[in-house]
Design a protein around this ligand. Structure first.
Ligand code: ADP
Length: 262
């Protein structure tokens, strides 16, 4: 528990520092992105070399902006709205995004229990966590494979909660993200939730995806778990506490969703 406390303290100060830098960097990228757009429009199409160079600048600026977004999301960490949400709607969004953008040799399977309980939280943040896990899964399957996302209700008994320090007795919604990718050795799996830990090449990964995911889920009073086997694949679990009865009613009527928000 103490190490969990220290971890969240460390993440908080890191978050502030990094957030400040990212914010300024993001501002610097704006004129570059806009400037390239203007230049691209002016360049005459016969000049390949100039066009290629502009495209290269554009790509780098876009990648930079993506990274800044990731870093800012990490720094923002715990803030977010708290409204009643139906998890299947979030999973459906993720299904749409993955089937639209993932390569064809990555098969995406989505399954959600019909009677999923509502949870309380920030839909955008939870979706971001799921997308992070899905993108990592895709990256772990360079030769294709299967990505499975499953959501189901789970109950922890007093006894199970005692064995798992992060769980409270009661109802949760568990979202499982499973891939048939490279998997990872134990010494990698032990570090993946640490900020800036990455095995990806420079410029490819910030190492903030999973630490952001972890802090977002923790701020929802939930927790995450992972199991991985080299050459077989990796499974992540996100546990979000189920909302109480009142929230259940509100989540069923979309117009009332905001009522939970303070
Ligand atoms: P990034 O994706 O920028 O590297 P993350 O925090 O999202 O940062 O992930 C950290 C590391 O965890 C990755 O570099 C990778 O080594 C490992 N990892 C995460 N998800 C998977 C996965 N599904 N399969 C194999 N390795 C993974």
């Amino acid at each position: 528990l103490e190490s969990q406390f220290l971890r969240s303290q460390r993440m908080e100060s890191l978050g502030r520092l990094v957030g400040g830098i990212a914010h300024d960097l993001g501002n610097l990228l704006v004129p570059i992105t806009l400037g390239v757009k203007v230049l691209k429009r002016r360049v005459d199409d016969t000049d390949d070399k100039v066009d290629q160079t502009l495209s290269m600048i554009q790509k780098s600026a876009e990648r930079g902006s993506d990274m800044v977004e990731q870093v800012l999301a990490f720094a923002r960490g715990v803030e977010g709205e708290r409204v009643a949400l139906q998890p299947e709607l979030i999973v459906e969004e993720v299904e749409e995004m993955t089937t639209e953008t993932f390569p064809e040799d990555v098969e995406v399977h989505i399954r959600t229990d019909a009677d999923l309980r509502p949870v309380v939280g920030d839909a955008t943040q939870i979706q971001q966590v799921l997308m992070n896990l899905c993108v990592n899964a895709r990256d772990a399957m360079p030769d294709g494979g299967t990505l499975t996302v499953e959501a189901r209700n789970v109950d922890f008994t007093e006894r199970e909660a005692r064995r798992n320090i992060e769980a409270e007795p009661g109802g949760y919604v568990c979202i499982e993200v499973r891939d048939t990718g490279t998997g990872m050795p134990d010494d990698v799996a032990d570090k993946i939730f640490e900020p800036f830990f990455t095995t990806k090449e420079e410029g490819e990964g910030t190492g903030l995806g999973l630490s952001t995911a972890y802090s977002i889920i923790q701020s929802h009073d939930g927790f995450m778990d992972v199991e991985s086997e080299e050459g077989v694949g990796t499974t992540f679990w996100i546990y979000l506490p189920a909302a109480d009865e009142e929230a259940t009613v509100e989540a069923q009527s979309p117009t009332n969703g905001e009522a939970e928000h303070e």
